[in-house]
Design a protein around this ligand. Sequence first.
Ligand code: SER
Length: 871
Amino acid sequence: MTSQEVRAQFLDFFKGKKHKIVPSAPMVIKDDPTLMFTNAGMNQFKEFFLGNSVPKSKRVSDTQKCLRVSGKHNDLEEVGKDTYHHTMFEMLGNWSFGDYFKKEAIQWAWELLTEVYGIDKKSLYVSVFEGSDDGDNLEMDIEAYDLWKAIVPEDRIIMGNKKDNFWEMGDQGPCGPCSEIHVDIRSKEEKAKISGASLVNQDHPQVVEIWNLVFMQYNRKANGKLENLPEKHVDTGMGFERLCMVLQGVKSNYDTDVFTPLIREIEAITGHKYGKNKEMDIAIRVVADHVRAVAFSIADGQLPSNTGAGYVIRRILRRAIRYGFTFLDTNKPFIYRLVKVLSHTMGKAFPELREQYQLIENVIKEEENSFLGTLEQGLVLLDSVIKSSKDKTIDGKKAFELYDTFGFPIDLTSLILEERGYKLDAEGFEKALKAQKDRSRAASEVSKDDWTVLIEDAVQEFVGYDSLEADVKLVKYRKIQSKKEGEQFQLVFNLTPFYAEGGGQVGDKGYLEAPNGDVFYIVDTKRENNETVHFCQSLPKNTFQTFKATVDKKQRSRTESNHTATHLLHQALREILGTHVEQKGSAVHSKYLRFDFSHFSKVTPEKLRAVENFVNARIEGQLPFEENRNIPLKEAMEQGAMALFGEKYGDTVRTVKFGRSIELCGGTHVKNTADIWHFKIVSEGAVAAGIRRIEAITSDAVKEFYHKNNRMLFEIKDLMNNPQDPVKAVTSLQEENALLKKQMEQLLKDKAKGLKRELISELEEIDGVQFLSKKVDLDAAGIKDMAFEIGGQFSNLFLLLAAENDGKALLSCYISKEIVAEKSLNAGTIVRELGKYIQGGGGGQPFFATAGGKNPEGIQDALNKAKEYIS
Ligand code: SER
């Protein structure tokens, strides 16, 4: 059975059980501060479990792209070493939101595995939660035990502890006891020797968990306590790749058709066969696994970067590059070449891979190039650290510097040291690493109290499209504490005019006014799950009164100008550069806007001007704002609305239209494009391979921009004694400057010629070598040029030139290649030895090397000593 068929049968089965099949949510999460990536199928349904949102269908099923590389569920370091862990994997799941519970979940799972997929019942084990006597004091799941007992012999039911059989999404959130289904795919002989039951949950590569049935009934609060959920739910998750392994009769996930095409390609590129060498096999698995995680993230709009989710993606890709570099001898980009195979095998189920194929390839290739450069540079630096070490141990602090400043991986450092017979001061490294982690954790740590709820079951309404003021009631609040911002309060109201940061647009600022006139400033507004959370520096004493909430109008209207201009810019780029342009990121602030988009080369100044003109023409055209707040997604797409990859859209959406620009958008906008006043691009550049960034300003900021430029022009004119025509004045200044430069160069050339003649006349023949050591009045580059000039005329030259510049001493030694070999001389060694007279050091190649030092007094001694090398 092919993997495509396995996936299809799962979904068909649950469709037959009246489940609605929904698409996978994006792998990169944007509006849940507790989670960076989707790490389980249930993430997108969290709010249904908590009772904060009501689902349209009570039974749902899908295959979800998951990534377990950060937070509570993190498998990154395991991946590659065994045959059944992955960073990115697919999770097949079925859900009941307050509908069926344990009985159906258990029966259907068994039916699908044994009757539809035909897995031998005797190879399956199930586990049941045994209860816990820790602070939670949970009882054993007797109901699940009895349900399983009716299906499988009791010796196949295993009691499981809290770690294995009580599933929690994170430190907070929905959770509950679970029953896992494990499969034993060992041979008959092996099964006869050791029972499968004893190997369940023992990290055996062939006795593995394939399906987890979670019976959601609690919510873990911030204070660590469990609270009953309003209803009981089912959340199941089956590892797709493991299921394929079982159904395809192979012993490793990497031997299924999900991975073999990738592995064959890696073999073809690197010339190394899978299955021949343990370390290479790990590396091949790492690469095959990681390319999936990275490609899917990029398709979801998450590019590698230096912060947040982007940084995690960069680390995954770098781990793959490093394994390739170390174990597969790859020193050229190669991972990007796997994207084609990947999009071929998975593009049908996940069309985003096909649509974004070119971009994914470009980005990965660029990252590979740059990290390979880092690796090479790191090797040189490590080399010098090794050479300067006095004993056979490398200082942990130095290794940390290499890792922290240059991104040189520590395991590669250890490996190289080991190969050369050196040891790493691992303790010192760990200490430095921990100190840095503590520093950054302290800076970003935020502790949160539980919510204090004042109004139960309140549904929040956003009125900020139509109004900037509203009378509001506090629904709930909590205190948060961060090192950076100090103590703050998060407030949720029954209705709000405040726009919460989202879709690139910043959150509103403003204030709350109590009936007695007290004012409380709202410094930011963010979206958390489905709620608008207002950040306030203090909490009103009387929380039950009605407040007047007012949005800062100036900031809002400037932001709106920039948001509408962003839509027009998007339209302009697609019209002028082509429809390959896709939005890859955007930031809409009150002071400026930033727009990232896919495009393969620099945008020429002419095109930029055309883009600017296009937008300004639409501003002058006074296009009215037209919106549709509730239109079916399909209809909006048919109207030509622009949607973004990696964005989660509901069945109905909001469209925002200005003339022919129409976008799916939740942001706020000007009422007429004339309100933007003017649009000005201030910069254009690259952010990653194939991704460009434009920064622009509108309205007041453009006025400020022109004022500033005007002031600058006056200052320039002033400096040049107020010429009539400043452009002409600058041009003649430039011409004069060029002439002076030319004359200066000629003078220097003449001087050098004279010096060269002088030096040659002073050469002394010793033992068949033309020798001279002398102090000259040149800088480092001048000395080098001079040495090579004279060197070009002799094949038996030994030249030591010294100079004093800005109180520092410089020594350069040139030795003709012929006598380097003949007399076993080495300029590098010589300058290092002579370097001690000038209290410095240096190095270079055997025929030319340079040392710098802080003691010019020692120059003469060094010059005197030079003769000894040849006589
Ligand atoms: N949430 C559970 C898991 O991720 C079942 O879907 O294992």
